[in-house]
Design a protein around this ligand. Structure first.
Ligand code: ASP
Ligand code: MG
Length: 477
């Protein structure tokens, strides 16, 4: 069996949902398990309506809710033909609208929005989209069944960024789906959302539906995890910045993980973890051009790179990065100080993107949304804390990046032109990262891309975006 996950742009309207149904139909021989994201912008609308209510603008929240419900009703009215079915689904959607209206009133009265309540709001996006896709699939003749993640996707109660409790997910998912899969049912469920053992909805972080797909795939030992999105695959650079980006045909799990962690948005970084553990390939496909071969993430990707040869596969970036520098006020016991810092990371669940230590100094790069204030506060008495805000992090990601010394010259010739605030070199075989002032980042990314990719024509690894590499369905997996 395979997992097929469809993102928000792949389900954004009736035409897109009908297209999803066609794509699933063409894969029925592989026994798909379908994972659906909220329709494009729905999660943002849910966030917006409850934030408006919290700020006291109940009416504003209700307007957003009305629009949110209307979008879903519109899809059903266009995509479902049976009038009786149409009425039944519209009733379900309107009931959800009433539940949300009640929740909004509650938030507006108490003027407080806890992470737990926010997750409750978020959950309706995926519940609605997956329900509609299921009904369309059924009407188009697919023997499908809708299942609710509350019956198997058990997570901890770390609301807004919960993690799955894998033993529970495993037991529940196997007992819930074992017979249904044997009967040949096409199951449809939600990405992104989970459920605590206490009975509350959770979410696993924005954009984490890919992660849901990989969790389900690893429990069910899928032969392939397919992430259907709106681009041809993972690219050598951001098409909004670089000229002529190429599609990367193959990436190792390690490369894909580092690439998504360091900036590329196509896959949620956690997606790679369950897949890697079971060695299940991940394919990124474009639902608007389903005949294109996409990008393959797998361990076999290593076989495309000659042993020990360096290949840079992508240049990526993140902006809004803060750099902190900390040193102990008393130098005599640095190891106690290091221990203290790492304990604080655990205590406040803050995850530095990169770190570096010299004898008496510690530096770390964080996304601006991290909870650095509490770190600063607790370090107070015993350390000096300095912070540089709003930097850009630029990374080159690929295989064996430390092996080829000639890379050094290429890279550092570029950094002659701009200040480096921090760099990470040597910890990973798959990436090299630099932090620089944000006003230089675009031209630096553009030039690095030029240096590494505009002459690069290894057709085992890269493919021009103009090439239409048609595949037959059986060659995909
Ligand atoms: N709908 C969720 C979000 O917008 C999850 C996802 O799309 O992966 O973040
Ligand atoms: Mg995504």
């Amino acid at each position: 069996m395979i997992i097929m996950k469809f993102g928000g742009t792949s389900t954004q309207d009736a035409a897109a949902m009908l297209n999803v149904t066609e794509i699933v139909k063409s894969h029925l021989h592989k026994h798909p398990f379908v994972v659906i994201s909220a329709i494009a912008q729905a999660t943002n609308q849910l966030e917006q309506m409850c934030n408006l209510a919290k700020s006291g603008d109940l009416e504003g929240g209700q307007v957003v809710l009305k629009n949110f419900i209307k979008r879903h009703l519109y899809i059903v009215n266009q995509a479902i033909t049976d009038p009786v079915e149409k009425i039944a689904i519209n009733t379900k959607i309107n009931n959800i609208g009433e539940e949300l209206a009640e929740l909004i009133r509650g938030v507006a009265i108490i003027k407080e929005l806890t992470p737990r309540i926010l997750d409750k709001f978020y959950s309706y996006g995926e519940l609605l989209s997956s329900m509609i896709v299921y009904h369309i699939m059924k009407e188009k003749g697919i023997d499908s069944l809708w299942i609710d993640t509350k019956d198997f996707m058990i997570t901890d109660d770390n609301y807004n960024r919960a993690l799955p409790v894998m033993e529970s997910v495993h037991d529940k998912l196997i007992s819930l789906t074992g017979d249904l899969l044997k009967e040949g049912k096409t199951l449809v469920t939600q990405g992104f959302i989970g459920f605590t053992l206490d009975g509350d909805r959770t979410t696993m972080g924005r954009e984490s539906s890919d992660f849901s797909a990989a969790i389900i795939g690893s429990v069910l030992n899928a032969e392939d995890i397919q992430i259907w999105t709106d681009v041809d695959g993972i690219l050598t650079g951001d098409p909004n910045i670089v000229e002529n980006p190429k599609k990367i045909k193959v990436l190792s799990f390690e490369e894909a993980y580092e690439l998504s962690l360091l900036g590329a948005k196509v896959l949620h970084p956690n997606t790679m973890l369950p897949a890697l553990e079971k060695n299940i390939p991940i394919h990124v496909f474009n639902s608007k051009r389903p005949q294109i071969s996409g990008t393959l993430v797998s361990n076999s990707a290593n076989t495309f790179t000659p042993q020990n040869a360096s290949v840079i596969k992508s240049v990526t970036y993140k902006t809004n990065i803060n750099l902190i520098n900390i040193r102990p006020k008393v130098r005599s016991t640095p190891f106690v100080f290091w221990e203290h810092i790492f304990n604080l990371f655990t205590k406040y669940k803050i995850n530095p993107l990169l770190t570096s230590t010299s004898e008496f100094k510690f530096s770390a790069a964080f996304e601006t949304k991290s909870n650095i204030d509490s770190l600063k506060h607790e370090i107070g008495e015993i350390g000096d804390f300095k912070i540089k805000e709003g930097l850009a992090l630029i990374s080159l990601v690929g295989s064996n990046v430390l092996h080829d010394y000639s890379l050094n010259e290429k890279i550092f010739s570029e950094f002659r032109r701009t200040k480096i605030n921090f760099m990470s070199f040597g910890t990973s075989e798959s990436s090299i990262s630099f932090m620089i002032p944000v006003d230089h980042f675009k031209e630096t990314v553009r030039r690095l891309h030029q240096i590494f990719f505009e002459t690069q024509d290894d057709s085992n690894i890269f493919e021009s975006l103009q090439t239409t590499n048609i595949i037959t369905p059986d060659k995909e997996a």
